[in-house]
Design a protein around this ligand. Structure first.
Ligand code: SF4
Ligand code: SF4
Length: 219
């Protein structure tokens, strides 16, 4: 049982931290770039601090992007287990003491910073962000998990999801085409592609000559 931080880095490996409104100065001052951040969209399945299982995000919020395709915080120096932005780390990192979890649990889901807090009103990408929210919001993941086992429901759900996944990909492609944004910037504005959010549910996308195809392949 730990009684103080021994810099094992486990908390940083479990995922980049969420940002809170107090962290907005880190972005405004340039300590954190928007390309370091990923939008978590309302409804996405996320693991709350110390929770055993993922549950749907209650709001849109931002967190620090992972590294090398994993959730490990991109600011963790994996060799030394040290934080490369230690003096400018977010408030949730300051509050996280794995041996005394009261403060981090009290912060969980409260006062989270989101894309709308950082996006200027005249941001040229705003119309596409709003279009994504309207045409392909994150579906009710828990309902999908419950109903996918019924074959007739499965056909309908996969059909509906196909339309949404296509719309999500189309909006991202338009953003890249018209504004030449990087993958990192895409994650900031649009979060992870909808088809990636469906993978943990056993829904796998393949590209076919006719378009995309979603299959249910539970593990
Ligand atoms: S607070 Fe994080 S780095 Fe420190 S001991 Fe706990 S898990 Fe390890
Ligand atoms: S910002 Fe630093 S302290 Fe916070 S999760 Fe990343 S590496 Fe760990």
């Amino acid at each position: 049982m730990k009684t103080q931080c021994d810099c094992c880095g486990d908390c940083c490996r479990n995922g980049g931290p969420p940002l809170h409104v107090e962290d907005i100065e880190l972005v405004r001052s340039g300590s954190l770039a928007v390309d370091d951040l990923v939008t978590i969209r309302r409804g996405e399945l996320v693991l709350a601090p110390l929770a055993a299982d993922p549950s749907p995000a209650q709001t849109n919020w931002l967190k620090i992007q992972g590294a090398e395709g994993e959730w490990r915080c991109r600011f963790l120096d994996a060799l030394s287990n040290s934080c490369t932005i230690y003096e400018h780390r977010p408030v949730s990192c300051r509050a996280l003491r794995c041996w005394d979890t009261g403060e981090i649990l009290a912060m969980a889901g409260q006062g989270l910073l989101c894309l709308a807090d950082l996006m200027e009103s005249n941001d040229p990408l705003r119309p596409l962000v709003l279009l994504q929210e309207k045409s392909c919001p994150v579906p009710d993941m828990e309902n999908i998990i419950r109903t996918m086992i019924v074959h007739t429901e499965r056909v309908r759900i996969l059909s509906d999801l196909t339309v949404m996944v296509e719309s999500d990909l189309r909006i991202r492609a338009q953003a890249v085409r018209e504004f030449n944004i990087s993958v990192a910037r895409e994650l900031f504005y649009f979060g992870r592609p909808l088809f990636q959010l469906l993978l943990p549910l056993g829904i796998v996308m393949t590209q076919t000559p006719k378009g995309i195809d979603l299959q249910y392949r539970p593990r």
